[in-house]
Design a protein around this ligand. Structure first.
Ligand SMILES: NC(=O)C1=CN([C@@H]2O[C@H](COP(=O)(O)OP(=O)(O)OC[C@H]3O[C@@H](n4cnc5c(N)ncnc54)[C@H](OP(=O)(O)O)[C@@H]3O)[C@@H](O)[C@H]2O)C=CC1
Ligand SMILES: O=C(O)[C@@H]1CCC=N1
Length: 311
């Protein structure tokens, strides 16, 4: 029951994904009172709900492949410190082909510039034959990847983000074309990514925008968060409390915006008392062209994402 998932290029994102999946599986095996994570009830249409224990759509064995020995030690220590299940992640360096051979599903998590050299390693084509290859690489298209693997290898793109580590991720998966194994592959991909946050399918043509909006989004949100906290510090709040107030306010607003039928403008209006302090702050933001600056940020990041597979 279950299958082997291997992450080739297990850095920041690989670790975030494996940690999240392992945490989700542990919560499922914790007994009748387990928690399935805060997003469980709010999965978007098109996602699947993994069944309890021994779910064949979730992995049972994990392999993490990296480039350098110090990274092996770091990951062994990290996964070892997490839990008993996480301690079973097998970490190696310089053994990508062997890792792919032993896996049923391979997640490619290296930098875009390294993909070609990994996929053209001697024996890799054979090792990936008939397997599902999930690429999280920014800016690298399915057709670029397909050109490097055997025709029997199923290539799907996913764009996750770092909050997958705490099971609050947002992952977009490229539309899976119909094939004899497409239902199984879809179930596997959606089980993995919906166990670590929200997950939805979108056409590949949207991937650069998704990379900018949700892939890079946590970085943009944190800049806003830091700026809010700085303002609080400027007005005399202690730093730690200012950060807590800013982070919880952003989280609360975001959760309200995710409720069915909610609109951010409505949430904003509800806060904005006529003649009050919120409108004073909002006008300052508008004077600073914050809306167009943020929208242009997504535009610039999208344009850069589209170049990443070509570097
Ligand atoms: N960071 C993010 O928030 C997001 C990133 N992405 C995408 O995910 C991918 C990974 O990003 P990120 O996790 O930040 O990158 P990292 O630099 O943290 O991780 C890259 C990993 O690749 C490994 N690696 C490098 N060369 C090889 C090789 N020849 N064989 C095997 N492993 C190798 C590195 O190993 P070692 O440590 O030993 O050098 C490292 O573990 C990128 O393609 C990026 O576009 C997508 C969404 C969000
Ligand atoms: O900055 C990057 O290129 C990657 C892709 C999305 C988030 N980080």
């Amino acid at each position: 029951m279950g299958y082997t998932l291997c992450v080739i290029g297990c850095g920041t994102m690989g670790v975030a994904i494996l940690s999240g999946v392992i945490a989700s599986m542990e919560s499922q095996t914790a007994g009748p009172f387990f928690s399935r994570g805060p997003n469980w009830e709010t999965h978007t249409p098109g996602t699947v709900t993994p069944a309890l224990n021994a779910d064949p759509t979730l992995p049972r064995r994990f392999i993490a492949a990296v480039n350098r020995d110090p990274s092996v030690k770091k990951l062994q220590k990290y996964f070892g410190s997490l839990s008993s299940l996480a301690a079973t992640v097998e970490v190696s360096s310089g053994k990508n082909v062997e890792a792919a051979r032993q896996a049923d599903v391979v997640l490619l998590g290296c930098k875009p510039q390294v993909a070609r050299s990994i996929l053209t390693e001697e024996g890799m084509k054979e090792a990936l034959k008939g397997k599902l290859l999930i690429s999280i690489l920014a800016g690298t298209t399915i057709s670029q990847l397909k050109a490097l693997v055997d025709p029997s290898t199923r290539v799907v793109r996913a764009m996750p983000n770092t909050p997958c580590q705490i099971r609050e991720g947002m992952t977009v998966v490229s539309t899976i074309p119909a094939s004899p194994d497409s239902d199984t592959n879809r179930a596997i991909i959606l089980a993995i990514f919906s166990s670590i946050g929200r997950c939805r399918e979108l056409e590949e043509k949207h991937f650069d925008a998704c990379t900018a909006l949700s892939g890079s989004g946590p970085a943009f949100a944190c800049l806003f968060l830091e700026s809010m906290a700085d303002g609080g510090v400027m007005m005399g709040l202690p730093r730690a409390e200012a950060l807590e107030l800013a982070a919880q306010s952003l989280q609360g607003a975001a959760r309200m915006a995710l409720r069915p039928g909610a609109h951010p403008a409505q949430i904003r209006d509800a806060v904005t008392t006529p003649g009050g302090c919120t409108i004073a702050g909002l006008l300052t933001l508008e004077d600073g062209k914050v809306r167009s600056t943020i929208a242009r940020t997504i535009q610039a990041a999208t344009e850069r994402a589209s170049q990443l597979g070509k570097d």
